[in-house]
Write a protein that binds this ligand. Structure first.
Ligand code: SF4
Length: 311
């Protein structure tokens, strides 16, 4: 995966979802979650795509975009105005319908980003809190993997690493080798939980150093899983501070430039909200590119893990 900043237009086509992931940030935004089309302005969506059509990438996400029946129409419009890369961020359940996959591919989707949070039904559904979500999502991955033999598109799997699934990252990576995945993104859970959901922190938030240690152990035992051009999938890690992940720096994922949100009421800087730098961060070689650490994390665990990296 490229380390360059990729300018990406984010387009929201609805906030409803047929999963209820325990760590979901969208579900905490008051009033955004109760209907497919709520707060969606088609006119604004088209204007955004017209304005940013010169950019490389557009990404349809937030909520579950495949619940919006007009998604293929919006994808086709994105293709028409010139986006080269067109991604859909989804829980993948609708991809159990192979004809629907074909429709999206035919409309112009070049990248399917599918969220999978466990290698077993029990683990995945403990986190998605929706029965049968594992079978539908993995059937969807199978369909996409089969279709990829005939058509050109990428499959990216997003795996939100948290305290529940962290011990099984190795099993997950091994399981994913049964599909035709281009990139597996290990995305450490972001402690952005508002109000009374802050109580989830002890149950969900792993220590960054533990995550790094575990992934590095897996990498040492299975180096081929982490090489982008080895003919298999590549592993990319995000939301793990650089200073905690020194041995894994080659797999730290790209920083995406979120250019626009279609919905003005949705906070458009969630990824950087509530972060700070430590007193010694100025000594670190990554100071210029590091966003800092979530205050929710350091207020509980302190700054001891974050030792500046020297040249
Ligand atoms: S700038 Fe600070 S938080 Fe970021 S990698 Fe360096 S020491 Fe860690």
């Amino acid at each position: 995966m490229s380390k360059e900043d990729i300018e990406t237009l984010h387009v929201s086509v609805g906030y409803a979802c047929n999963n209820a992931c325990i760590f979901c940030m969208e579900s905490n935004i008051p009033g955004l979650y109760d209907s497919v089309r709520r707060l969606i302005s088609e006119g604004r969506m088209y204007r955004d795509m017209d304005t940013h059509g010169h950019m490389r990438k557009v990404s349809f996400g937030r909520g579950e975009p495949t619940l919006n029946p007009d998604l293929p129409k919006y994808v086709a419009y994105a293709k028409k105005v010139g986006f080269r890369d067109i991604a859909v961020i989804s829980n993948g359940r609708r991809y159990a319908d192979r004809d629907y996959c074909k429709t999206l591919i035919g409309s112009g989707v070049t990248e399917f980003i599918v969220s999978v949070h466990g290698h077993t039904k029990e683990l995945h559904e403990t986190l998605t809190r929706r029965k049968d979500s594992f079978a539908e999502t993995t059937d969807g991955l199978k369909n996409l993997s089969d279709l990829k033999q005939e058509q050109s598109f990428r499959i990216v799997v997003n795996h939100v690493v948290n305290k529940t699934n962290c011990p099984f990252i190795g099993d997950f990576l091994k399981y994913m080798r049964g599909y035709s995945i281009d990139v597996i993104v290990l995305s450490v859970v972001q402690p952005i939980w508002w109000g009374n959901r802050a109580k989830l922190f002890p149950a969900l938030m792993p220590r960054y150093s533990d995550v790094a240690k575990r992934i590095d152990g897996i990498r040492r035992r299975n180096p081929e899983w982490f090489l982008p051009d080895a003919g298999g999938e590549c592993v990319s890690i995000i939301d793990l501070p650089w200073c905690c992940s020194s041995p894994l720096v080659g797999n730290i994922g790209f920083k995406e430039k979120r250019v626009s949100e279609q919905d003005e009421r949705a906070p458009d800087s969630l990824a950087v909200a509530g972060k700070s730098k430590g007193l010694r961060c100025r000594e670190c070689v990554y100071d210029g590119i590091c966003d800092g650490v979530y205050d929710a994390y350091t207020s509980r665990f302190g700054w001891g893990e974050f030792v500046p990296v020297k040249r």
